[in-house]
Design a protein around this ligand. Structure first.
Ligand SMILES: [Cu+2]
Length: 700
C-alpha cells in the first residue's frame, strides 16, 4: 500500500466510524438519559471513538448522563478481559535486574468497575484463538445510581476481532504502540519500541550488563515476550522466517511501502555457512582464526561479535529503508527495519525468531559457553528415507533393503515449473520450506541424470513423521556428491554441494512430510571411466541425535535415518550407449577379497548377452590375486563378461585398503518396454559395502 492510498483509506474509515455512532444512549425511566462512549487509544494520542476493537487494543468506556448527575457507577463487561499487562523486561531499570521482569496481567478490580471511565483489553475465549479471528460480540452494561434517588441502566454491544485485512491494525501495531510514556507525541512510539531503542543506545556491546541483557539473550527474551502477549490475545506465536526465502506478503506481514526497500532478493540473504550446523568451506572473514561452522565459535561473544554487525544488520537493512537517525523516535523513517524502531515492522519479530533458532543451535552445541540460553526445544526426529520399504517402516533403523536408492533427493536440469505438491503449507501459508524458493517439487520419479558443467537443481523431501515427533523448529540437510562408487566413506570420498547454501527447514510440523529446494549446483566434469555422481544427504538438527558415521556409507545410512544416499543412473530402455561406470573400492582397513553381485530383471535375460560387464585392469588383477570365481557370468572372449543369469556374482576381488578399480556395464539392445532396476552390490567380510542402481526408465 502506498502512503497516499493509506492516508486516503484511513480517512474513509474514520468518516465511516463517525457515522456509526459509537455512543450508546438510553433514556432513563425516571428522566434524563445515560450514555456509554467507547473509544480506543492504542494507535492514537487521544482516544478515538470506536465500536469495533482489536484483541490487544486498549478499550476505554466512559459514562455520561444528561438530565441528572450520577452518584455511583456499576459496570458489567463481558469476559474474558484484563485491565492491563506488563511487557516490560526491565531493560531501562537501574540497577539492572538479574533477570528479565516477568510477564504479568492485571484483572479489572471491583473499584475499576465503579468509576466513571474504565480502561481494559478484551481477551479471547478458548474458542476465539487463531484461526478463529472474529469479529465476536461483547456486551457491556452500565447501571448508575442517580443523585437524588433512582437508577438508570444502559447496555451496549461491541465487536472484537483480530484484524486480518488492514496493515495499520496488525498485532505488531498494537503491541508496539501501547503503553506510551505521557510525554510522547508519536502515537506509534509505545513502550516496546522505547525499550528496544534504549537497549541499542545504552546496552548493546557493553558486556558489564547481566548476561540476559546481551544481544542474543535479550532479543530472545524480547521475542518471547511478544509471544506471551500474542498468546494472551489469541494470536499464534511468531513463526521464524529464514531470510533466504522470499519476504512473505499479505496483511499480516506487509509494512507501509514507504518503509520497505524493493525488491527483496532472498539469494542475497542466505545464512552464511559458517553460522550453520553443517558448515561449509568458507571461513568467517569477520574474525581471526578458523570458523567454518557454528560449533567453531568458542564463545557466545565470538559468535555475537561476528553475527550482529554482519548478517543480522544486513538482513535488517535489506528490508527497511535507509535514512534518518538510527535512534529516532518519530519522522518518516520511524519503523524502518534498518533503524532501532524496527520492532514496528512485522518482519522484525520473524527475523529475530530465526536468530533465536541460531542462538538455540549455538547453545545446544556449547552449553557451557551459553550462560543465559533460550529454552531448548524437545528432542525430535527429522529423517530422510533410504528406499520404499523405509518409507513404509517410517524410518525405523536399521533400514532393510537397498540403501542407495533414496527417493528423498532428486536432480532436475531446470527448476520444476508446476507445483504438484500436496500437503501442508508452512506457517506463512506458502508451499515454501527452504532454500529461498517456493516449494515446487515434483517427485523422485522426475529425477534427471545431472549434466556436468551447467546448473542443475536438487530437490528433496524431509520427513517429520516419526512417533517422537514434536515440531522440528530448525533442520538442515547438507548435500554431498561423490563419483559413483559401490564403496564410499564420508567425508573423505565426498564434496559438499553447494558451498554457500543448504537445504534448510524451519517449523516442520508433526506428522508432515515436506519438500525442500531447489539447490542450484553445477556438477564438475567427470574424469574418464566415470559417468555419474552419487548424492549423500545429512540431516542435522540440535533436536536430534547427530548421525554416527565412518563405517562405510551403506552401514551408516542403514543405521541412521538422518542419512540418505542416492546412487542411481537412469537409462532409457533400448538405449545401448554409452556404458555405465562405477568405482569398486575397498573401504575396509585391511586388504580383503570383495564381491560384486548383479541382480537384473528377468526380462533382461532375453535375448542372452544383453548385459556385458567389463572390469578394468586393476580389477582384473584383483580377480587374479584373489583367485576369484564367477557365477552366472561368462567370458565373451572379447574381454567382457556376459551375464547369463538374473543373478550373477563375482567374488575374490582382492584389493588393498582404499584401492579401487572401475566397472563398466554395457547394455545391449533391450526391448523399449522393459523397465526395472539393475542392482549391483559390493560386499566385503563386513557385509554389504554399498552399490549402484542402473534404473531402466523413461529417460529424462
Ligand atoms: Cu535485530
Amino acid at each position: 500500500m502506498t502512503p497516499s492510498r493509506f492516508f486516503l483509506s484511513a480517512a474513509i474509515v474514520l468518516s465511516s466510524f463517525a457515522a456509526a455512532v459509537p455512543a450508546m444512549a438510553a433514556a432513563c425511566a425516571s428522566g434524563g438519559s445515560l450514555t456509554i462512549t467507547a473509544s480506543a487509544d492504542s494507535l492514537s494520542l487521544s482516544p478515538v471513538a470506536a465500536t469495533k476493537f482489536n484483541f490487544g487494543e486498549h478499550v476505554i468506556l466512559t459514562a455520561a448522563a444528561s438530565g441528572f448527575s450520577i452518584a455511583s457507577f456499576s459496570w458489567t463487561i463481558d469476559a474474558p478481559n484484563i485491565k492491563d499487562y506488563n511487557e516490560d523486561l526491565g531493560t531501562e531499570v537501574s540497577p539492572s535486574p538479574a533477570a528479565a521482569k516477568p510477564w504479568t496481567t492485571t484483572p479489572l478490580a471491583a473499584s475499576d468497575l465503579t468509576a466513571a471511565s474504565v480502561g481494559f483489553y478484551w481477551a479471547p475465549t478458548a474458542a476465539q484463538f487463531e484461526p478463529n479471528n472474529g469479529p465476536f460480540s461483547r456486551n457491556v452494561s452500565l447501571t448508575v445510581a442517580k443523585n437524588g434517588g433512582g437508577n438508570c441502566t444502559v447496555t451496549a454491544t461491541y465487536t472484537v476481532e483480530r484484524n486480518e485485512t488492514d496493515i495499520t491494525r496488525q498485532a505488531e501495531d498494537f503491541y508496539t504502540s501501547n503503553h506510551r510514556s505521557a510525554a510522547t507525541t508519536n502515537p506509534g512510539f509505545g513502550h516496546v519500541v522505547d525499550e528496544h531503542i534504549f537497549w541499542h543506545a545504552n546496552i548493546d556491546g557493553d558486556l558489564s550488563f547481566p548476561q540476559w541483557m546481551h544481544f542474543l539473550a535479550w532479543h530472545g527474551e524480547f521475542v518471547r515476550r511478544f509471544d506471551l502477549w500474542r498468546t494472551e490475545f489469541g494470536y499464534n506465536k511468531v513463526a521464524p522466517w529464514y531470510p533466504g526465502r522470499p519476504l512473505p506478503s499479505g496483511p499480516q506481514f506487509d509494512a507501509d511501502a514507504g518503509l520497505r526497500l524493493s525488491p527483496y532478493v532472498p539469494d542475497n540473504n542466505r545464512v552464511p555457512t559458517y553460522y550453520t550446523l553443517t558448515g561449509g568451506t568458507a571461513n568467517d572473514p569477520g574474525l581471526a582464526g578458523t570458523h567454518k561452522k557454528l560449533a567453531d565459535y568458542a564463545s557466545l561473544d565470538d559468535f555475537t561479535n561476528s553475527f550482529e554487525g554482519s548478517y543480522h544488520g544486513q538482513v535488517h537493512c535489506n528490508i527497511g529503508t535507509h535514512g534518518g537517525s538510527f535512534f529516532e523516535t518519530s519522522g518518516p523513517n520511524f519503523g524502518s527495519m534498518c533503524l532501532a524502531s524496527s520492532p514496528k515492522d512485522t518482519m522484525f519479530w520473524r527475523w529475530h525468531g530465526f536468530i533465536d533458532l541460531m542462538y538455540r543451535n549455538y547453545c545446544a552445541l556449547h552449553a557451557a559457553a551459553c550462560a543465559s540460553p533460550s529454552p531448548a526445544d524437545p528432542s525430535a526426529d527429522p529423517w530422510m528415507a533410504d528406499n520404499p520399504t523405509d518409507v513404509a517402516d517410517n524410518g525405523t533403523v536399521p533400514s532393510p533393503g537397498t540403501h542407495w536408492i533414496s527417493p528423498d533427493v532428486w536432480n532436475r536440469r531446470s527448476p520444476v515449473s508446476t507445483d504438484p505438491c500436496v500437503g501442508p503449507v508452512d506457517s506463512y501459508g506458502d508451499h515454501v520450506t527452504s532454500g529461498g524458493v517456493v516449494r515446487n517439487c515434483g517427485t523422485s520419479a522426475d529425477h534427471e541424470n545431472p549434466v556436468t558443467g551447467v546448473t542443475n537443481y536438487l530437490y528433496g523431501t524431509l520427513r517429520n513423521t516419526r512417533p517422537e515427533a514434536p515440531r522440528v523448529v530448525y533442520a538442515e540437510v547438507g548435500v554431498y556428491y561423490a563419483l559413483a562408487s559401490s564403496g564410499l566413506h564420508y567425508p573423505s570420498d565426498f564434496t559438499m554441494i553447494p558451498e554457500t547454501r543448504q537445504f534448510l527447514a524451519v517449523f516442520l510440523e508433526p506428522t508432515t512430510t515436506t519438500s525442500i529446494g531447489p539447490i542450484p549446483w553445477t556438477p564438475p566434469a567427470l574424469p574418464p571411466a566415470n559417468d555419474h555422481y552419487c548424492l549423500y544427504l545429512r540431516v542435522l538438527s540440535v533436536q536430534a541425535t547427530p548421525p554416527v558415521e565412518g563405517m562405510g556409507i551403506d552401514t551408516d545410512v542403514a543405521k541412521n535415518n538422518n542419512l540418505a544416499w542416492r546412487n542411481i543412473k537412469v537409462v532409457a530402455p533400448g538405449d545401448t550407449s554409452p556404458p555405465s561406470f562405477f568405482i569398486v573400492r575397498n573401504i575396509g582397513k585391511e586388504a580383503e577379497p570383495l564381491g560384486l553381485h548383479f541382480e537384473v530383471p528377468e526380462q533382461l535375460m532375453n535375448p542372452a548377452g544383453t548385459i556385458r560387464i567389463k572390469l578394468d585392469a586393476a580389477l582384473s588383477r584383483a580377480l587374479e590375486a584373489g583367485k576369484g570365481t564367477m557365477t552366472g557370468l561368462k567370458s565373451d572372449g572379447k574381454g567382457n563378461l556376459v551375464l547369463t543369469s538374473p543373478k550373477g556374482e563375482i567374488t575374490g576381488l582382492q584389493l588393498a585398503p582404499r584401492a579401487e578399480g572401475h566397472v563398466a556395464v554395457q547394455l545391449g539392445p533391450i526391448k523399449t518396454a522393459t523397465a526395472g532396476d539393475i542392482t549391483i552390490t559390493q560386499t566385503s567380510r563386513a557385509g554389504v559395502d554399498g552399490g549402484v542402481t542402473i534404473r531402466l526408465a523413461k529417460k529424462r
